[in-house]
Write a protein that binds this ligand. Structure first.
Ligand code: GLA
Length: 385
């Protein structure tokens, strides 16, 4: 919890509107393994993290929604019934949440809101999901809607689909809402059953290394990957009608339709099928305290993301390659949608400073700008403070 930031948000709110606002913390997320599996009905293994977005909000007496982004120093207002989207890019997610909640039949009216956070934007920690989850809970609380957690995750995802144009899976919103202190959570993205496991990393920690790049391909390529997976499923279904999603397929089945699909589609599907299996294996490795195997699975995941799914980039590949020379790193991979953002590495805790001191000059020499480091721990999900 960033108490200082929370105090600033609350202070800003009181300066603008007075009153006694509701306060909410909505965290970003990391994903240990299971990338691009969520929209293929597969498995993911995320945690909520300590960087978060903080909200101060209170009902108004009218139907106006007044949103203040503390970080951008920007303001946006709209009527709850307004059909035109606000022009501000950052407000589209939030406008979307207010619309979707109403489409579901819930009655809301106007409110004031100030929000700001320390989730780095573009680093792949899902600041957008934090924004969606936090606002959803704020509205639920202000208007006593009693939205259940999974419903809120789905509202956030829908807002991303319809108001941002990224056909994302459910992982980010789920993780931001369901995160639990000290635990990772395995989600079955088909049944939406989930299971918490205590994260016991012994003498290791997770470190994020932020490439500080976000290639503009990210959202268009994301949607293309989804379509490629769907193409693969169609070809598989002709021969195996029981297959509903890549989650149901095996690599052998995929090989048997090799003549029906392009090399690209084959590679995309192979990656997803293998990654799903890796999530299961990674959970077993964690339960058996086998961090060595868990680390190897991170490297295998990266290899697939880079070579078969082709969502990595030279900065991410460079960082992962460098860690292979460091015996105090057990595994590393790119995290999230790809084309920039962070790598996630499992590292001996007492070697963190050595790692940073080694990587930073190498990275600067190669790319002429710095990378950034964050230690990642598992924290609680979106909640009223
Ligand atoms: C983005 C999406 C998620 C998920 C990841 C990749 O973060 O929002 O739904 O697909 O990419 O695993």
């Amino acid at each position: 919890m960033n108490n200082e930031l929370l105090a600033q948000i609350e202070k800003k709110y009181k300066e603008l509107y007075g009153g006694k606002p509701l306060l909410i913390r909505a965290p970003g997320r990391i994903n240990l393994i299971g990338e691009h599996t969520d929209y293929n009905d597969g498995f993911v293994l995320p945690c909520a993290v300590s960087p978060a977005i903080y909200f101060a909000a209170e009902k108004r007496g009218d139907t106006k929604v007044c949103l203040n982004s503390y970080d951008y120093g920007s303001y946006c207002e709209f009527d709850v019934k307004q059909k035109d989207r606000p022009r501000e890019q950052w407000a589209s997610y939030l406008y979307g949440i207010t619309q979707i909640i109403q489409e579901k039949g819930y009655k809301i009216s106007g409110f004031n809101c100030v929000f700001g956070g320390d989730v780095p934007v573009g680093a792949g920690m899902s600041s957008s999901a934090a924004l969606e989850s936090g606002l959803c809970l704020a509205i639920s609380e202000l208007f006593s809607l009693n939205l259940d957690k999974m419903e809120m995750a789905k509202i956030g995802q829908k807002s991303e689909h319809e108001y941002v144009g990224v056909k994302c899976g459910i992982m980010d919103q789920f993780a931001s809402i369901f995160g639990k202190d000290g635990n990772c959570v395995r989600l079955d993205c088909r049944s939406l059953d989930y299971e918490y496991s205590k994260l016991d990393l012994k003498d290791c920690i997770f470190v994020l290394t932020d490439t500080k790049v976000k290639h503009s391909l990210a959202s268009s390529e994301y949607n293309t990957r989804r379509e490629e997976c769907a193409t693969g499923v169609k070809a598989l279904q002709k021969k195996y009608p029981g297959i509903k999603a890549l989650r149901d397929a095996t690599v052998e089945q995929l090989q048997s339709v090799i003549g029906e699909i392009s090399d690209t589609v084959y590679n995309r599907c192979k990656y997803v099928i293998e990654e799903d299996n890796r999530v299961i294996e990674a959970c077993n490795a964690l339960n058996n305290n086998d961090l060595t195997r868990f680390g190897q699975l991170l490297y295998l995941s990266h290899n697939g993301l880079s070579k078969l799914y082709e969502v990595s980039c030279k900065e991410l590949d460079f960082l992962v390659d460098q860690t292979k020379k460091m015996d105090y790193i057990l595994g590393s991979r790119m995290m999230g949608g790809g084309f920039g953002g962070c790598t996630l590495s499992l590292i001996k805790a007492d070697k963190l400073e050595e790692y940073k001191a080694t990587i930073l000059p190498l990275y600067v020499e190669k790319f002429q700008h710095e990378c950034k480091f964050y230690a990642a721990t598992a924290e609680n999900g979106t909640a009223v403070i």
